[in-house]
Design a protein around this ligand. Structure first.
Ligand code: FES
Ligand SMILES: [Fe+2]
Length: 453
């Protein structure tokens, strides 16, 4: 029996290494986290027409996500109701009907069972087709075009689940004219646990200058970055964690620096956009536009804004994941700019990207070493900047005073623990007041986010 309280200590400062490679913990995560959280499915722009679909995973459950005749999006388990064969084998496409390859049952794009070979002769009127449609994912919602699904019908709405995180997301998902993904996603397998990249993207700016030192040098990064020699002058950024484990690190003046040669016209594009965002959201939020941001939406959906990668870490057992990578761009950008950003993103974070390769080594070593019996009894720490977490007026969530901290790690594992312990969403909701009390107990400290000239 897994002792969850021992896995993650209550104040979120340490975790037992066993969390990175343990079948029992993994099974519990599938039940309590992946079957109850909102999980990224696709972007609406990837399935614009009636019958357009993508095949994806929710935890270890395979689903088909389909654009409906009324414009809505539905998702179904990709398992035939007859004997359970995979109904749709293609990654994406357009369909009028999904036909199971085993015995030929046919399902409409709404998931209903439409056709059964030799139905009259063999079932003789005893098969109720109306109760044998593909099993439906009960909750599917879109947040500014980003489509998420949830298996637990008692979960909060997607908007509530994102909660305080929406304040940050809206800057580029909405006010800047919206965002879209360039697909289809590239796919690769990593021998790592799903939490390792999720925690890295939610809160690890610390590794950048060190892990990526050689690659950054080749890319012409600023000297302070290389080998973590020093913090940047002035802009050390912030780190934020919000209710439900989401979080981000922001480097205010990082901008699209790593996009190298494509940066000058992106900077001009952003300058032109900044005014309208300010009119809509005010100056504080506008400061988050055009920054470099790394982020994870709990549990396994991460992105970098500024290097424009959008990731899904699909669990494949305790020691393996499938990585799906899209390029994320502003919808209204010129097509040529989008395509240059996609090329640059793929060089850095595609399956064979320079920075992807650096990160993959660490992610695999953490996971595989945690198989060792003695190693897995030990603990890893996320205590950096622990005493400095605070509230900043106007900024939702807990704010750490530097992008290089572990505030967002602690928030991620705080909620991870809460989900593993809770028997239902009602119990998780009961924790909202604890979160509010914890926020109130933090020092209130204003933050200057003046733009540097
Ligand atoms: S398993 Fe699909 S038709 Fe038999
Ligand atoms: Fe990295």
């Amino acid at each position: 029996m897994t002792d969850i309280c021992d896995l993650i200590d209550k104040d979120g400062g340490t975790q037992k290494s066993a969390i990175f490679h343990d079948q029992g913990i993994y099974d519990l995560e599938m039940e309590r986290i992946f079957a109850r959280s909102w999980l990224f499915l696709t972007h609406e722009g990837q399935i614009p027409n009636i019958g357009d679909y993508v095949r994806t995973m929710m935890g270890e459950d395979e689903v088909i996500v389909v654009r409906q005749r009324d414009g809505s999006v539905k998702a179904f388990l990709n398992a035939c109701r007859h004997r359970g064969a995979q109904v749709c084998a293609a990654e994406a496409g357009n369909a009028n009907i999904f036909v199971c390859p085993y015995h030929g049952w046919g399902y409409g794009i709404d998931g209903s069972l439409r056709a059964v070979p030799l139905e009259k002769e063999l079932y003789k009127g005893r098969l109720d087709k109306s109760t044998h449609g593909l099993r439906v994912v009960p909750l599917v919602e879109s947040y500014h075009g980003f489509v998420y699904g949830c298996f637990d019908s008692t979960a909060p709405s997607l908007k509530e689940y994102l909660g305080e995180m929406g304040w940050y997301l809206d800057v580029w998902m909405d006010a800047a004219g919206g965002a879209e993904l360039i697909g289809p996603p590239s796919r690769s397998i990593l021998n790592c646990n799903w939490k390792v990249p999720s925690e890295n993207f939610v809160g690890d700016t610390y590794h950048v200058g060190w892990t990526h030192g050689a690659a950054l040098k080749a890319l012409g990064a600023k000297p302070h970055r290389l080998g973590n020699r020093s913090l940047p002058d002035g802009d050390t950024g912030l780190q934020i964690t919000t209710r439900h484990g989401h979080g981000l690190c922001v480097g205010f003046d990082g901008g699209p620096g790593m996009l190298g040669a494509v940066a000058p016209d992106i900077l001009a594009w952003q300058a032109q956009n900044r005014e309208r965002i300010e009119r809509k959201l005010g100056s504080l939020r506008t400061r988050f536009y055009g920054c470099h941001i790394n982020s994870t939406i709990f549990p396994n959906n991460s992105f970098l804004w500024g290097t424009n990668t959008f990731k899904l870490w699909q669990p494949r057992g305790p020691g393996s994941i499938e990585v799906l990578t899209w390029t994320i761009v502003e919808k209204e950008m010129p097509e040529d700019m989008k395509s240059r950003i996609a090329t640059s993103m793929n060089r850095l974070f595609g399956s064979a990207g320079m920075l992807e390769a650096d990160d993959s080594d660490n992610m695999e070593s953490i996971t595989q070493l945690s198989r060792g019996f003695v190693t897995r009894q030990g603990r890893v720490i996320s205590q950096m900047s622990k005493g400095d977490d605070r509230q900043v007026p106007g900024m939702p969530g807990v704010v750490g005073d530097c992008a290089m901290g572990e505030t967002a790690y602690r928030g991620f594992y705080r909620f991870y623990r809460e989900m593993l312990l809770a028997g239902s969403w009602d119990e998780i909701r009961a924790g909202d007041s604890v979160w509010s009390d914890e926020l109130l107990s933090l020092t209130l400290q204003s933050q200057s986010v003046e733009r540097r000239k």
